[in-house]
Design a protein around this ligand. Structure first.
Ligand SMILES: NC(=O)C1=CN([C@@H]2O[C@H](COP(=O)(O)OP(=O)(O)OC[C@H]3O[C@@H](n4cnc5c(N)ncnc54)[C@H](OP(=O)(O)O)[C@@H]3O)[C@@H](O)[C@H]2O)C=CC1
Ligand SMILES: Nc1c(N[C@@H]2O[C@H](COP(=O)(O)O)[C@@H](O)[C@H]2O)[nH]c(=O)[nH]c1=O
Ligand SMILES: [Zn+2]
Length: 351
């Protein structure tokens, strides 16, 4: 592997440590190399904290070596004052002579200005190293700024004969929660939840499953909850109404509910494309990614609108015979694997 690629690859690896904590900031990774040796590494701190470049630079005990070093970073150094000062200023001030970048930042406030600023300071700037890998790594951030909507992951579990839930009548006889998938899949789902900023479910899912939507079988932060409730049918003791975390209840227009610091209210027109309206609302809240966990009608709304990026579909080992049909999804299969006894297929939207 070429030398620049080797270090950008390491920077991507480091950036992964910021998954689920940096958002809505990008999970950037950074490596500083002097005379063929890595002398510093860093990644983005939890939201609001220092960026990857600053964290890497701060670990260097003798800053004079920086004027003989190359800084590798997955995303163009920032040039704007956000919650922290511009990284490009710091790199320039420290006279780091060479900066190698995976990907240009599409964010309007940066978009090439970071690179320009470094060049004006006399640095050699090389960009576009492992660009595809960096695009994949920064997919949530890129989707948010390029498409002006969150990165959307659809997730469901289905039986061998393609059902998501048993027949309603069967459930009235036995209303206890049913599980199609096993423990390992559940743990993986909780890991996924910890990686996304929000989780969204439909009304019937809340009414029938009373889901917790948290990360109790993993660690990290539980995502912001969003649930559909056009007619205000969800009340009382449902888990989604118990704080924390921050939760958005989505009702139809004309219905108002009491808001608290952790329970907010969105209204949409349920006769129009709900997926598009939800995307606009999530964008307005700076939500860079969402995992949609059903039910079928809610998933279908996103599929029909073409508003999805990945579908993660588990198939268990049982059959229901009848019940609620799981959605059909078309796209490029990017992963197939066994999770315990379940089969997992991940499909990317290639439209
Ligand atoms: N196996 C799995 O992975 C999962 C299974 N499930 C199961 O799925 C079942 C629930 O799924 P499903 O019945 O499809 O319901 P959903 O959970 O998707 O909720 C759909 C509800 O949202 C409201 N709604 C109104 N307009 C729209 C619209 N345009 N698009 C989407 N929703 C709209 C409706 O509420 P209203 O009726 O008030 O108008 C509708 O009933 C449950 O049995 C649950 O156990 C759920 C999640 C995952
Ligand atoms: N039944 C079923 C799933 N159901 C999904 O998980 C939700 C329950 O979440 P929680 O209460 O946090 O455990 C439920 O509402 C639905 O969205 N998921 C799966 O991976 N496999 C399964 O077999
Ligand atoms: Zn920065």
């Amino acid at each position: 592997m070429k030398i620049h690629e080797k270090y950008i690859s390491r920077a991507i690896e480091l950036g992964r440590n910021a998954m689920g904590t940096a958002a809505p900031n990008p999970m950037v990774g950074c490596v500083i190399v002097c005379e063929g040796k890595i002398i510093a590494e860093g990644y983005t701190s939890p939201y609001g904290g220092p960026h990857a470049e600053v964290n890497a630079i701060n670990t260097v005990s003798d800053p004079s070596v920086l004027s003989r070093s190359t800084l590798y970073v997955t995303l163009e150094p920032c040039s704007h004052y956000g919650k922290t000062p511009p990284c490009a200023d710091l790199i320039r001030k420290l006279k780091i002579p060479r900066v190698v970048i995976g990907l240009k930042d599409p964010y309007e406030q940066v978009a090439g200005r970071g690179i320009e600023h470094l060049k004006e300071g006399g640095a050699e700037v090389i960009s576009g190293i492992l660009e595809q890998e960096c695009r994949e790594h920064h997919k949530r951030f890129l989707c948010f700024h390029e498409e002006k909507r969150p990165y959307i992951i659809l997730k469901w579990a289905q039986t061998l004969d393609g059902f998501m839930a048993p027949d309603k009548k069967a459930r009235t006889k036995d209303p206890s929660p049913y599980w199609i998938t096993g423990k390992s899949s559940r743990q993986l789902v909780h890991q996924w939840r910890s990686q996304e900023q929000a989780i969204l479910v439909g009304t019937n899912t809340v009414l029938e499953d009373n889901p917790r939507l948290d990360v109790r079988d993993w660690h990290g932060r539980s995502p912001t909850r969003i649930f559909l409730d056009p007619e205000l049918r969800i009340d009382g003791e449902y888990h989604v109404l118990q704080p924390p975390p921050l939760t958005f209840r989505v009702t139809k227009k004309g219905i108002s509910t009491r808001e608290t610091d952790l329970l907010k209210h969105w209204t949409i027109d349920f006769d129009k494309d709900i997926a598009l309206q939800l995307c606009e609302l999530m964008y307005g809240e700076n939500i860079n990614s969402v995992i949609v966990e059903g039910g079928a009608r809610t998933l279908e709304a996103f599929i029909q609108a073409g508003l999805w990026d990945e579908a993660r579909v588990f198939t268990g080992t049982t059959r229901f015979g009848t019940g609620l049909k799981a959605p059909e999804i078309k796209g490029k299969i990017i992963r197939e694997s066994k999770i315990g006894t379940d089969h997992l297929k991940i499909v990317r939207n290639d439209q």
